[in-house]
Design a protein around this ligand. Structure first.
Ligand code: SAH
Ligand code: SF4
Length: 421
C-alpha cells in the first residue's frame, strides 16, 4: 500500500524535467539538482544535444553539480560555450536561500532555508537543516518535509502541520548548501587534507530533520541515491541513516530500494504508551513494527538497526521498560540510541533524570546491546532532535486519498497532540 499522501499540488512528476517544462511558463528554468542521470540526459536532448552525446554530457554536468558544487554555468568549462549558454537560459543552479544561520555554543550550526520559489509550481516554504560537528565526524541532519503529517506528542515538528513534501532537489539542496557554507568543495576548501582533497566536514547524513521520510518515499529515495552516487557527493550508504516513526508498509522498500542505514523511533515498549507518544502506532502497532525490523532487507550484525528511544520522565523510563525493550529486540541486530528529551516551548514532558537514563542504559547494555546516550547538541539554538520547526503553513488541509488512511491523524477525529495549533 502506498501511503504517500495524494494531493494534486504535492504530487511529484515522474519525469520532472519533462513535466516542469511542459507546464511552466516560458521563463521558468528547470532546476538541475534532483534530476537523475536519465532525466538530465533527456533534458539535454530537449536542449538540442545529440542523443549519442547526451549521457556523456550528463555525466560532465553531474560532476560539476555534485563533485564540484558549481553554481554558475559559465564555470562548466568542459562543456561547449553554446551548451553553457543554452543551459543558462533554460536551467537553474539556484540554491535555497539561507534566511538565518545560528551557531550553538557547542559548534552545532542550524540554517533556516527558504526553498526556491522558482521551482515550477511550488510555493515558497522554509525548512531547517542542522550540522553537528564532532571530533571524528560531521553529521548533517536534513529534512524531508515542510512540517509533518504525524503528531508525536513530544516533537516540536509535530506541532507544525504538513505544508508539503520536499522535492528530491530540495532534499539534496540541503547538502549542497551545507557544503557551500562549510567550504567543502574542492576549489573552496581552506583546509585540504594531506592528499590535497578538501577535508570532509560532512561525513554522515541523517534524515532526522523535519518530516517523516517514508511518507515522501519517492523523493527521498531519489535524493539519497544521488547523494550516495560515487561520481558525485559520494556519501556512502553506510553513512546515511534514515529515521522513521514506523511506517511499516514502506520499510521493506526502504531497505531494498534505498539501502541506507535504518533508525526506528520506538520510544515506547507497550502499545498503550506508544499510542500516546507516536500515534502512528495505532495504525502499525509494536508487534508489526518489530516484525518489519526482523525481516528488514540486509539487516545483519554489521548493518544493525538503530532504535531511538527518547527518555521521558515517568512515562517510559523505568527499569521494567528497559527489560521489556530487551525482550522486544530479541532476534534483531540492533543498537539503542537513548535520547534525553529536548524541551520546546509548551512541550508537555520533562526529560528523565540523568541517573534514570544511566540505569536504563545499563540494563540494555548488560543484555548485549550498545546503548549510547545521545549527547544533546544545539539545544541553545533549538537545533536538537525534535526541536525543528518553521513558520510555513499550508493554506488548505491535505486530503487523504480514497481508501488510504488519513495520514495527518491516523485515528480520525482524535486530537492526539495537544500542542498542535
Ligand atoms: N520523522 C522521523 C525523523 C525525524 S525525528 C522520525 O520520527 O523518526 C528524528 C528523531 O528525533 C526521532 O527519533 C524523534 O522521535 C526524535 N525526537 C522528536 N522530538 C524529540 C524531542 N523533543 N526530544 C528528543 N528527541 C526527539
Ligand atoms: Fe513527525 Fe518524526 Fe516528529 Fe513524529 S517525531 S512528529 S514523525 S518528525
Amino acid at each position: 500500500m502506498n501511503l504517500k499522501i495524494k494531493h494534486a499540488q504535492m504530487a511529484e512528476p515522474t519525469d520532472p524535467a519533462a513535466t516542469a517544462s511542459a507546464r511552466a511558463p516560458q521563463a521558468a528554468r528547470q532546476p538541475l539538482a534532483g534530476l537523475d542521470r536519465g532525466e538530465l540526459g533527456a533534458f539535454l536532448g530537449r536542449l538540442g544535444v545529440a542523443e549519442k552525446a547526451a549521457p556523456m554530457r550528463a555525466n560532465q554536468i553531474w560532476n560539476w553539480l555534485y563533485a564540484r558544487g558549481a553554481r554558475d554555468f559559465g564555470a562548466m568549462t568542459t562543456l561547449s560555450k553554446d551548451l553553457r549558454e543554452a543551459l543558462a537560459q533554460r536551467a537553474s543552479l539556484r540554491r535555497p536561500e539561507i534566511m538565518r544561520e545560528r551557531q550553538s555554543s557547542d559548534g552545532t550550526r542550524k540554517w533556516l532555508l527558504r526553498l526556491d520559489p522558482e521551482e515550477a509550481g511550488r510555493k515558497p516554504a522554509e525548512i531547517e537543516t542542522v550540522y553537528i560537528p564532532e571530533e571524528d565526524r560531521g553529521t548533517l541532519c536534513i529534512s524531508s518535509q515542510v512540517g509533518c503529517t504525524l503528531t508525536c506528542s513530544f516533537c516540536h515538528t509535530g506541532t507544525q502541520r504538513l505544508v508539503r513534501n520536499l522535492s528530491a532537489g530540495e532534499i539534496l539542496a540541503q547538502i549542497l548548501v551545507a557544503r557551500d557554507a562549510l567550504g567543502e568543495w574542492p576549489h573552496a576548501s581552506p583546509t585540504p587534507d594531506r592528499a590535497g582533497a578538501p577535508r570532509r566536514r560532512i561525513t554522515n547524513v541523517v534524515v532526522m530533520g523535519m518530516g517523516e521520510p517514508l511518507y515522501n518515499f519517492d523523493n527521498v529515495k531519489k535524493a539519497l541515491l544521488i547523494a550516495s552516487d560515487d561520481a558525485g557527493l559520494a556519501i556512502s550508504k553506510r553513512r546515511i541513516t534514515l529515521s522513521t516513526s514506523g511506517v511499516v508498509p514502506m520499510m521493506r522498500r526502504c531497505g531494498e530500494e534505498i539501502g541506507v542505514m535504518l533508525a526506528v523511533s520506538l520510544h515506547g515498549v507497550r502499545d498503550e504508551v506508544r499510542d500516546r507518544l507516536v500515534p502512528i502506532n495505532r495504525k502499525f502497532p509494536i508487534a508489526r513494527l518489530m516484525e518489519a525490523c526482523r525481516t528488514y532487507p540486509r539487516v545483519s550484525n554489521t548493518r544493525r538497526i538503530t532504535f531511538e528511544y527518547v527518555m521521558l520522565r515517568d512515562i517510559n523510563d523505568t527499569a521494567d521498560d528497559a527489560r521489556a525493550l530487551v525482550g522486544l529486540l530479541a532476534g534483531i541486530p540492533a543498537k539503542i540510541n537513548l535520547i534525553p528529551f529536548n524541551p520546546w516551548p509548551g512541550s508537555p514532558y520533562e526529560c528523565s533524570p540523568w541517573e534514570r537514563i544511566e540505569r536504563f542504559a545499563e540494563i540494555v547494555n548488560r543484555a548485549g546491546y550498545a546503548s549510547p546516550i545521545r549527547a544533546p547538541r544545539g539545544r541553545d539554538i533549538m537545533a536538537a532532535c525534535g526541536q525543528l520547526k518553521s513558520r510555513s503553513r499550508r493554506v488548505r488541509a491535505p486530503e487523504a486519498a480514497p481508501g488510504e488512511p488519513d495520514a495527518r491523524n491516523p485515528v480520525r477525529g482524535q486530537r492526539l497532540n495537544p500542542a498542535r495549533r
